[in-house]
Design a protein around this ligand. Sequence first.
Ligand SMILES: [Zn+2]
Length: 437
Amino acid sequence: MRHAILAVAILLAGTPLSAQKADTTYIHAGRLLDQPGQAPRGASTIIIRNGKVAEVRDGFVTPEADARLVDLKSQFVLPGLIDMHVHISSDDDLLRSRLEASSRDVEDVFVIAQGNARKTLEAGFTTVRDLGGDGRTTATLRDAINNGAIVGPTIIPAGTMISVTGGHGGVNGMNRTLTHAIAAERSNVCDGADGCASAVRAQISVGAEVIKFAATGGVRSNVAGGLGKQMTDAEMKAIVDTGHSFGRKVTAHAHGKEGIDAALRAGVDSIEHGSFIDDETVKLFKAEGAALVPTAVAPIAALAQARRGDAPGPQLAKAEEAAAAHAASMARAIKGGVRILFGTDSGVAPHGDNAKEFALMVGAGMSPAQAIKSATADSAAELDRPIGAIVPGRDADIIAIDGDPLADVRALEKVEFVMRRGVVHKLGGKRQPFPPE
Ligand SMILES: [Zn+2]
């Protein structure tokens, strides 16, 4: 098999740019999970034309003249993964980012984001929803990736998370000068229904494709405000209605039960984290048709950072509280039949380790097949994008691994092959030149 990989690598190196970009690629897949939720196929050929899946056929079909062949005969092939909750511009080294915060400018943040984007893509995540950062920075990165100037996943940005003054996305814990300076350039902090509607419009004006707001306190804000409800019902309703009126989905960061319930009643499309979920909340999720994005790796990572002393003082108590409750709430939601979407909150946990979430999902009661469907077909449906399955007409976002993720979901933690929109970024576990040579 090593021979085959080497042969493909040589073939790639000798293929001119025009052919690479290209026109036609055949993938020979040993096993193929083309439609997550259904059983995988055996030996198959995927035919890709101009970045889209054109055909899927049984067996290993001989490529037509001038087409490129990628040999994944010994591997398990599936759609590119989708992470519904990352912070691509957040430095996942919390201590370093705190020490450097006052010396970093937007250009520095952009360089950090660029590195995170590449790590994420190479981990097999071909699409991510960015749920909070500097709106302009994320939108610029998204466009640069789509234009082929930078390597990374498709990004669906939320702009900056909307928050009340003093809330989880507010400007907290700084001296007076910094507080005023940062607040002056932020458009995400609001109070009252009108103010919060205006904050939604401001995010949309800098490129937000989804709206995120903080319904409750959060672990990683530098304020001792707990994890309870922070927004009024009227503020949440104004955010949801305004987002929907612009055709945006709206998702709420929410830990405490009262905040989760209020956000669900306000009509959110999904809840992020959901640390305190009881049976009544499970019912409300289902009645409203909303999804849960558990981000199970995040409370574990945040608690480890806080206990190490990397986080500022107010965070430790909140980290303990969230981590203690999260796993049971997630298990309750899964057992109760709440729709679960895959998300990690990477930026809290390290970028590129996104697939570690799978084992926690399975530990909380999902089958590997359900967890994979959640990170592909189900998240694609929520995003309403032509991804998440390898069927004609979809974007050719395709990954491959050794081993069988339906038997051991941790096999997804080591991705050997990554293609995004028909361009190969990783092959035989190795980064491929970009633009293709
Ligand atoms: Zn987050």
